[in-house]
Design a protein around this ligand. Sequence first.
Ligand SMILES: [Zn+2]
Length: 438
Amino acid sequence: MKPPPVKIRSLEPAAALAQNLFSRLAEETSDFPGVTRVAYGPGESRANALMAQAASAFNAEIVFDAAGNQFITLPGSDRSRRIVIGSHLDSVPHGGNFDGAAGVILGIAVQAALAEHRIEVPYDLTVACLRAEESCWFPHSYIGSKTALGRLDPAVLDACRRSDTGKSLADHMTEAGFDPAAVRRGDTFLSPQTTVAYIEPHIEQAPLLLSQSLAVGAVTGIRGSFRYRQMRCCGEYSHSGAMPRTLRRDAAIATARLMVSLQDLWERLEAEGADLTVTFGQISTDPLQHSFSKVAGETRICLDVRSQSVDTLARVDAELKTLADEIGKATGTRFELGPRSGSEPARMSDELVALMLDSCERLKIPSRRMASGAGHDAATFAQAGIPSAMLFIRNANGSHNPDEHMDAADFETALAVVFDMLLQPADRWPAGDKNEQA
Ligand SMILES: [Zn+2]
């Protein structure tokens, strides 16, 4: 059966509901400058209550899992499986109103529009209000999505919220009326086997869409990374006026050469079409020993390299080692890389991205494929084998700050895209049996 034609205009009440939710959320979680919604704190609870209240208008089914993630469900034709739209309701301290909340509110607005037009989607449509995505509260990311899918390392339950109470995550769950023992056992409400798709709308945290005058973009992958946070370059301190150039073992110059060489490598790989970022986030000489009249005997370096491709990460890591070796030999210095940390890239579902871009095309909304440089709950869903996709919404002034800015018109565009996706019949969605193989 062909889905009924629904004009964008008919989404106006849902868009108005969303704007009202954004205003109330900003008001009720305000913490000048910006908003604060502490994970398992009052702002996050207030945000959850606001979403539940909005959903009560269309008689959605509401369930909390053992960790306190809230799931708001509109029944679909096949009640044995679900499509999940979601994101997180916590924020960083004095953050912006849209990071996280935009995805949840978009889900609620889509449900309101479907209910208003009495449209039944092929599967149950669940809005996931996830907890504790930001790692600034408990020193771990994606706590909500990991608990939702039974993928949280139980040791994280003992992590403490150092920002204020010093109490453990388990204590905070108990205080909020939830059940950390069940979380420890891996009890969940969501199951990867019965989740057809996870869609996470989110503000873009970089200015790419803004610079290309696009309202939305389809995310193809979340970059993985490798980091050397304790890299050092060891040379020799000497007199700046007396030591000839050829006899110097200058750690600052060696570091600069490495930086420029890696920047060149980035440019070369980018020209070949590779997805990559290379960042030297911190560089310093030793404050106890350096001086304006000394050749630097040591530098300390933090390197962060990200890509959607495991192969690109491996190639850059290998080239880094070769370059460090060569530059060390040429400058009489030695690079010590120190411990390596990082994360795996998360690939979004090609089928879902295609479904999303088809909807953009049908609605004549210009869009693009893009990578997400920052981590999101969608990474957890993808790693659990659930076909996942993210829709980025144009946003000015970055995120994690009070100035983040998403236009209401861009939100409405994103709403139209997700709404159109949900009008597509069951055979356009990734098949459930594929999830089980994943
Ligand atoms: Zn976020």
